[in-house]
Write a protein that binds this ligand. Structure first.
Ligand code: PBG
Length: 324
C-alpha cells in the first residue's frame, strides 16, 4: 500500500493549477530600457537580440506599446557619447542632457507609470567605473557626493524609484538623507544590495559601451563565492532606509534571493541580467532549447526563490506571449 501518492495532485491541468504555489504576472516586472541621443534612432545590441537602444521619441512609443501590454514599471539606462564622459560623471547632472531630459518627458507623457532610475557613475565616467578613480583606486566617500547629487537631480525630474547600482558603502543612507532634506520623502530607493562582480553583465556593458577602462569591479561588487556577506549588505541597506533589496544577477544567486527573503521584511527584487538573457537567446537561436519555455521557467524560479519584483529584458515578450 502506498499511502501518499503525490502524483494524484498532478493528474490533470486543473488540479495542477489548483496546487500551484507560485506564478509570474506582468505586475512583477520592471522593464530595463536603453537610451541613445538623437531622433528616430534605433540601434541594436548584437549580444541582446530583440533589445535596442532607442532615442527618446522611439522610447516613448515603445513604452506606450509596453503599457498597452500591462507593463507598468521601467528602468532607464543611458548610452552616453564618449566625448561627454569625464572623471566626475558631470554629465549625469545635466538637466538638458539625454538622461534627465528624457526622464522628464517620460513622466510628462506617462505620469502613472513607475520609473526607476540608475544611480552610478559608470555610464558617464571616462574611467568606466562606478566611483571616482584616483591612482587606480575607487574612492568611496567622495563618490557618495556625486551619487547623492545624481539621485536628487533624478528625483527632481520625476523618478519614482532611485536604483543605486554602484555598491559604494553608505550610499543608501546618504541618498535617503539628501532626498528627505529636499522633501522627496516619497521617492523610493531600490538598493542593488547584493550585486556580485559577475561576468553576466557583458552584454549590458556592450549596450552602454561602459566597460571599465582598466581592471575590474571586484573592490566594490561582491565575490560570487560569498553568501553571508549578502546578509551584511542587506542589514546595512535596511538600516539605511532602503525600500527594496535587490539581488543581482538572479539565476546563479537564487540562494541569495531566498536568504534575503527569509531574513528581511521588505520586498526582494532580482535582476535577471543581460548575460542571462543572452544565453537563452543564443541557445534558442541554435535550436538547442525552447527559448520561450526556458524563459518562463527561469522567471518562475526567480519568483519561487522569493523575489517579488523581477527586472528582466524578457518583460515585453513575456507580456505578448501571455496576453489574456
Ligand atoms: C552598472 C550596472 C551594470 C548593470 C546594471 N547597472 C553593470 C556593471 O556593474 O558593470 C548590469 C545589468 C545587466 O547586465 O543587465 N552600474
Amino acid at each position: 500500500m502506498i499511502t501518499h501518492r503525490p502524483r494524484r495532485n498532478r493528474k490533470n491541468q486543473i488540479i495542477r493549477d489548483l496546487v500551484q504555489e507560485n506564478s509570474v504576472c506582468v505586475n512583477d516586472f520592471i522593464f530595463p530600457m536603453f537610451l541613445i541621443d538623437g531622433k528616430n534612432k534605433k540601434s541594436d545590441i548584437a549580444s541582446m537580440p530583440g533589445i535596442n537602444r532607442l532615442s527618446s521619441d522611439l522610447l516613448l512609443r515603445e513604452m506606450e506599446a509596453c503599457i498597452k501590454l500591462g507593463i507598468k514599471s521601467f528602468v532607464l539606462f543611458p548610452n552616453i557619447s564618449e566625448k561627454l564622459k569625464d572623471k566626475k560623471a558631470t554629465e549625469s547632472l545635466n538637466k538638458n542632457g539625454l538622461y534627465l531630459k528624457t526622464l522628464k518627458e517620460v513622466k510628462k507623457h506617462f505620469p502613472e507609470t513607475v520609473i526607476m532610475t540608475d544611480v552610478a557613475m559608470d555610464p558617464y565616467s571616462s574611467d568606466g567605473h562606478d566611483g571616482i578613480v584616483k591612482n587606480k583606486e575607487i574612492i568611496n566617500d567622495e563618490t557618495l557626493e556625486v551619487l547623492g547629487n545624481m539621485a536628487l537631480a533624478q528625483a527632481e525630474c520625476g523618478a519614482d524609484i532611485i536604483g543605486p547600482s554602484d555598491m559604494m558603502d553608505g550610499r543608501v543612507g546618504y541618498i535617503r538623507e539628501i532626498l528627505d532634506e529636499n522633501n522627496f520623502t516619497n521617492v523610493s530607493i531600490m538598493s542593488y544590495t547584493a550585486k556580485y562582480a559577475s561576468s553576466f553583465y557583458g552584454p549590458f556593458r556592450d549596450a552602454l559601451e561602459s566597460a571599465p577602462k582598466f581592471g575590474d569591479k571586484k573592490t566594490y561588487q561582491m565575490n560570487p563565492a560569498n553568501s553571508k556577506e549578502a546578509l551584511l549588505e542587506a542589514d546595512l541597506d535596511f538600516a539605511e532606509g532602503a525600500d527594496f533589496l535587490m539581488v543581482k544577477p538572479a539565476l546563479s544567486y537564487l540562494d541569495i534571493i531566498k536568504s534575503l527573503n527569509d531574513n528581511f521584511s521588505i520586498p526582494i527584487a532580482a535582476y535577471n541580467v543581460s548575460g542571462e538573457y543572452a544565453m537563452v537567446k543564443a541557445g534558442a537561436a541554435e535550436g538547442w532549447i525552447d527559448g520561450k519555455k526556458v524563459r518562463d521557467e527561469i522567471l518562475l524560479s526567480i519568483k519561487r526563490a522569493g523575489a517579488s519584483v523581477i527586472l528582466t529584458y524578457f518583460a515585453k515578450e513575456w507580456a505578448i506571449d501571455h496576453k489574456k
